[in-house]
Design a protein around this ligand. Structure first.
Ligand code: PAF
Length: 282
């Protein structure tokens, strides 16, 4: 696997692969890779001949009081995992390479409606930062397809919309959330949890499962379900950020007739904000 830090080197390496007629898949990440990322890279390898990954902790998608400075940076271990997963080319740009005009002068991409509420409500500007960096990365790599985790359900919806609305010739592939044996969704932020917090954290996914079972069983009082879900989180030591039931395509609040639903939640365990979701057919 070749690791490059500049757009120029990236484009040269991709041009060589294209000249050999290779189909290109792309997996953008912020590093600190775990089994969930490995699954994205493996999926990319099943769908294409040449797999490109990026590691860039994108300052544009972090709020001023968020964990940008302490976000874990583990390049050597990440490179080993990427090689084992079959990645061919890794792009690890510095901030100056991605935003040479400075972030204040950077053209932004914003996806209306889908970026509002849920994580967009708690993290103002977050999805504009994501949409902007993903657009830039897509223009740099020009992949045939790109793979994203379904754990970031709203992010995946935002990226599907931006590709559709800006006519980008990139197929977006979603990969189911990778989980620990006890159900906790794998996340780089799980590393912030102490042992006691880690032991309590699976309550988040258990709660989502209980609510989904209740809805599949015929429960229609969503407000009551949300109250009981929040109470369950608090009892497990979480401070809930949001818990919502939406229809899973446009992410609009779920109505009694919607068949495809997703329950989305974010909650703090100590200072660590965890997110998870469960999509299901009624
Ligand atoms: O999901 C992530 O790790 C990031 O939001 C992404 C898509 C790499 C953009 O920085």
């Amino acid at each position: 696997m070749n690791t490059v830090k500049t757009v120029r080197e990236l484009r040269a390496a991709i041009a060589r692969a294209r000249a050999e007629g290779k189909r290109i898949a792309f997996v953008p990440t912020m590093g600190n890779l775990h089994a969930g990322h490995v699954a994205l890279v493996e999926k990319a390898g099943q769908r294409a001949d040449f797999v490109v990954a990026s590691i860039f902790v994108n300052p544009l998608q972090f709020g001023p009081s968020e964990d940008l400075a302490r976000y874990p940076r583990t390049l050597i271990a990440d490179q080993e995992k990427l090689v084992a997963a079959g990645c061919h080319l890794l792009f690890t740009p510095e901030v100056e390479e991605m935003y040479p005009q400075g972030m204040g002068l950077q053209t932004r991409v914003s996806v209306p409606s889908l970026s509002e509420g849920l994580c967009g409500g708690s993290r103002p500007g977050h999805f504009e930062g994501v949409a902007t960096v993903v657009t830039k990365l897509f223009n740099m790599v020009q992949p045939d397809l790109a793979v994203f985790g379904e754990k970031d359900f709203q992010q995946l919806a935002v990226i599907r919309a931006l590709v559709r609305d800006l006519n980008m010739p990139v197929q977006i592939v979603g990969e189911p959330t990778a989980r620990a044996d006890d159900g906790l969704a794998l996340s780089s932020r799980n590393g912030y949890l102490n042992d006691e917090q880690r032991a309590s954290a699976p309550a988040l996914y258990r709660m989502l499962g209980r609510l989904a079972d209740a809805i599949r069983g015929g429960e229609t009082d969503f407000a009551e379900l949300i109250d009981s879900g929040n109470a369950e989180l608090i009892a497990a030591g979480f401070r809930p950020d949001y818990l919502e039931i939406r229809e899973s395509n446009e992410l609009q609040p779920a109505s009694a007739n919607d068949q495809q639903l997703v329950i989305l939640a974010a909650a703090y365990m100590g200072t660590t904000r965890l997110i998870d979701n469960l999509a299901f057919d009624r």
